[in-house]
Write a protein that binds this ligand. Sequence first.
Ligand code: R5P
Length: 311
Amino acid sequence: MKIMAGNSNLPLARAIAGYLELPLTEASVRRFADEEVFVEIHENVRGEDVFVVQSTSFPTNDNLMELLICIDALRRASAARITAVVPYFGYARQDRKPGPRTPISAKLVANLMTTAGADRVLAVDLHAGQIQGFFDIPTDNLFAAPVMAADILARNGDAGLMVVSPDVGGVVRARALAKRLNNAPLSIVDKRRDKPGQSEVMNIIGDVKGRTCILIDDIIDSGGTLCNAAQALLDAGAESVTAYISHGVLSGAAVSRVNNSALKELVITDTILPTEATQASDKIRILTIAPLIGEAMRRIADESSVSSLFD
Ligand code: R5P
């Protein structure tokens, strides 16, 4: 078993390698003067079971290209099996046609990885579970929920908890977390715009009065969804609102939006390398999922069960 890393999230790749007590494969993943990606593997990988760790986060296209070229280099170096470990799968939100003459970019990205030579994919909290079906190779989708649940219970216990989905689409994810929190009750923020041009109204389904609310989502990007939901919950009488999000995309002014929001705390995982602004924020805390990914990789290499990690 060998682990190779692209440049998108080296601290996470090193932490995974540390968990597995393996060195990272000697390789250079660099740029020519015109920004073309160039990959050179400096050790023999012939016949090896190789895992390439690379999140396709910002800059998404560059990081995706690095991943594809790493896979190509490994294939041409006769690796026996190549697993693309993609803790954050960029383009996942483009998983269907939202209107006529639009692409399904998540499917295109899946095709690119397969064509490059990936034999398996390992991802974390895919935006939609169905994306696994975009690949015709084995795809494991890990859940950050056990790591989040352990943190929530350690900090709050389970008294007075209420798990909240910030939109109707996230109910399955919220229900799964609630189950891990000793069957905490569930609430949903229902966003509605009665007529085009009217501002969005937030209705809270469920009684959140006096509750310690835990908002759960897969992605925080601009922060709009989460910060608005937090305010709506407090307006409805919640005691406090903390958010647990798998992927801290945090584009543009998102960190300052979070800093100025009604959220008590935003907890993200390290699937995406945090920016300096994210690290400097007093409101944002980062949980590592390196042991979870490392353990899944070990089980894939050993051909033992990955799903039992979540029993
Ligand atoms: C949407 O379906 C996702 O689950 C997130 O709710 C969304 O990407 C968050 O985006 P933003 O932070 O820009 O509101």
